[in-house]
Design a protein around this ligand. Structure first.
Ligand code: ADP
Ligand code: GLC
Length: 468
């Protein structure tokens, strides 16, 4: 079976968040299970494209509002990834040093149209299109409705919602950008008077998945306005928990770590990583180290962190290290705490893949006080590396972390996203850390939990088979 994933991100080529990790891992696992899975993504101006050599396999023009933009389909001259990647290179629109910005509508429209134009020319068509998030949300609509793609409309298409907060809505002034279709069906594009690519995908895809079972249930109650649509389409919707790429996220081999380790020498290995973190960020090694890694946005609960940190740090019985970027006000508040709490706190405002790995391999606890978390990969990386997750029970966090007070529990969970509950959860972590015996046993236990893609990759295959 030939699967084509269509996505804006794919690790290690271009990553903003977890979408990249998923699209960079799932095809690999699917190929290992005997499928022929590949990825189509935009060709960005970034380190990966600068460091590699590409070969052109197709050249044409994509029409956007009657303006023709040259495009090429590129492949890697030497591909060391475990799956094929087809890059859509539209120099005038896509070749930018960012993935997302103010001009997403035009850029991703051009991307989707160029991708389908190219697929039209292929002798061997895919058996499944697997689209990810709203940036590829118009693919299911165009396959079903646009006259020029009629020959592709029997190919099943799946949309995976990684995050329903973002829907990519735009005005009807751009309706003409979409390749011609019967205007009687324009309602398929619509949600609340706008063209809404995510809504269109939910209406037109053959199956809609999201990245954890709990998030699927939550979406039917609250999906940034799309809850009623998801309820109405619920027979074709299913939640499949993401996995992690156990080859990339392997503490025994991870090249980013200061010291590699397994369950057997976890105390020693993690001790060295923690020491490096504490020396680098001027923190006290003897105290439990709490970390946060992520986008500083409302959904992640990051706006509450400055107040939480301010209170917790007054007691001077733990250290805190934050890695992230996003909301400028939150960034400033987090930076402002540095002076007062020197020696117990630091924040690295920015994106740093290597540092994130060392934090998973060296911090004692990872904070995820998310308001919304469709799946969350950070907690699964922490488990694999032996960092105890402290999470708000929502979405994928609810599906992957069991509170230590329960039978076979191993993490710390809270129900509400309030300063008081997050503080209380951190206090529980400090108490657990004092009981070194229990703390170390828990650490070993979580490292053995298998969240690799093996199980979920098969679930996707079953889903593909059910519509093929
Ligand atoms: P989301 O996709 O909503 O941001 P996920 O938990 O699914 O959340 O995935 C986040 C991914 O991005 C993880 O791989 C995490 O390690 C990484 N990440 C987030 N922020 C940073 C950062 N500032 N530096 C390095 N990696 C980061
Ligand atoms: C989104 C979600 C995150 C999920 C990721 C990968 O970015 O916010 O929870 O883990 O996609 O599916």
């Amino acid at each position: 079976m030939k699967i084509i994933h269509i996505s804006a991100e794919c690790y290690p080529i271009a990553k903003v968040g977890g979408l990249a990790d998923v699209v960079g891992a799932l095809p690999k696992y699917q190929n290992a299970l005997g499928l022929k899975s590949s990825v189509i993504m935009p060709f960005y101006d970034n380190k990966f494209t600068a460091d590699n050599t590409f070969v052109s396999v197709y050249k044409s023009q994509v029409l956007l509002n009657e303006v023709a933009h040259d495009f090429e389909v590129l492949i890697l001259k030497e591909n060391s990834l475990d799956f094929d990647v087809f890059f859509i290179d539209v120099p005038s629109l896509l070749f930018k040093d960012y993935v997302y910005s103010f001009d997403d509508t035009d850029r991703f429209l051009a991307f989707q149209i160029a991708a389908l134009d190219w697929i039209l020319t292929l002798d061997e068509k895919p058996n499944i299109f697997h689209c990810h998030d709203h940036h590829t949300g118009l693919v299911p609509f165009m396959l079903q409705e646009s006259f020029k793609y009629e020959s592709l409309n029997k190919i099943p298409v799946i949309t995976t919602i990684h995050n329903a907060q973002y829907q990519g809505g735009f005005g009807y002034d751009k309706l003409g950008f979409i390749p011609e279709f019967d205007k009687e069906n324009v309602g398929l594009l619509d949600w609340n008077g706008q063209i809404n690519p995510l809504a269109a995908a939910i209406k037109c895809a053959w199956r809609v998945t999201t990245v954890s079972p709990s998030y699927m249930e939550e979406l039917k109650l609250e999906a940034n306005g799309l809850q009623d649509l998801l309820k109405a389409e619920s027979q074709k919707c299913v939640g499949i928990l993401n996995g992690i790429d156990a080859a990339v996220w392997n503490p025994e081999k991870d090249e980013y770590l200061i010291s590699n380790f397994s369950e057997k020498n976890v105390n020693l290995g993690r001790g060295k990583n923690k020491k490096w973190l504490c020396e680098t960020f001027n923190l006290d090694t003897s105290k439990p180290l709490f970390a946060f890694i992520g986008r500083l946005v409302y959904e992640k609960g990051s706006d509450l962190l400055p107040e939480v940190f301010q209170t917790i740090l007054k007691e001077k019985n733990c250290s805190i290290l934050l890695l992230g970027s996003g909301n400028k006000e939150v960034e400033e508040e987090l930076k402002a705490l540095k002076e007062e709490h020197k020696g117990n706190y630091d924040a690295f405002i920015g994106y740093d893949e290597k540092l994130s790995h060392i934090i998973y391999g060296g911090a004692d606890f990872l904070l995820m006080p998310s308001r919304v978390e469709p799946c969350g990969l950070n907690q699964m990386y922490s488990l694999r590396y032996g960092t105890i997750p402290i999470v708000r029970s929502t979405g994928g966090l609810k599906d992957t972390v069991v509170d230590i007070a329960n039978e076979n529990g191993f993490g710390i969970c809270h129900d509400e996203v309030t300063v008081a509950e997050i503080e209380h959860a951190i206090q529980r972590g400090i108490t657990l850390y004092k009981d070194q015996d229990k703390f170390k046993k828990t650490r070993k236990y979580i490292m053995k939990i298998d969240h690799s893609w093996d199980a979920s990759a098969s679930e996707y295959i079953e889903l593909y088979k059910s519509i093929n």
